[in-house]
Ligand binder design. Sequence first.
Ligand SMILES: [Zn+2]
Length: 225
Amino acid sequence: MMGIGFEDIKVNGLKADDMSKIFNGVNKFYADYPQMKGFVKVFTTVNRKKDLMVAATTNSLKHYDDDDWSKWAMMPELKVNRAQLADFQALNEQQIATGFWVKTKDYTGTINHEMGHMINLKRTFDAHGINAGPIPHDRHDQYLPAMHDFGTSKVDDEVMREAFKSANIEYSKDNIAKYISRYGATDPAEAFAEAISNEDPDNVITKYVKQITKRELEKNDRTAP
Ligand SMILES: [Zn+2]
């Protein structure tokens, strides 16, 4: 996939147009955050008509060898809901109008939101000294604290806290709803993902969230010369 880094792609029924739109979005994100390149290993689609879910990414722990059930891997996954692609623009406009979603112009914003979750998954792995990919047999236990931190949105919360502090605005659910989106106010991980995907150039919280994130990713830049 031209260096995009997916190792496993399962995309039943996805239109070629949508696929290239999504891959272009991922490539553009990797250009903005080069340390993330190749972090997402799996790309799949689901088809859930009654579900508002656009894409889910958080479950990355996968069993990968049917002959050996003790073999597990961390395989960060981008999952797209095909059912929403056809009328995504209408849904997006409606959600932005009510302030539930942050301002984005098209599906690229959704990719950026999901990749926002991936940033903090990678930063959590970095903090625990672990990588995506197969988990060595004798190290299963070391992955549990990392998944706990990711599950409790530890990194997301730290970044949001620092961003609000830098902007001199009180860090509260009301202010997340006001400065980011109401969806962002549901959970620090969603606040972060909404902030990263926010396309309003004048949003002060978003500006700090991106700055802090780039600074932190650079600290663990294993691709730097
Ligand atoms: Zn999300």
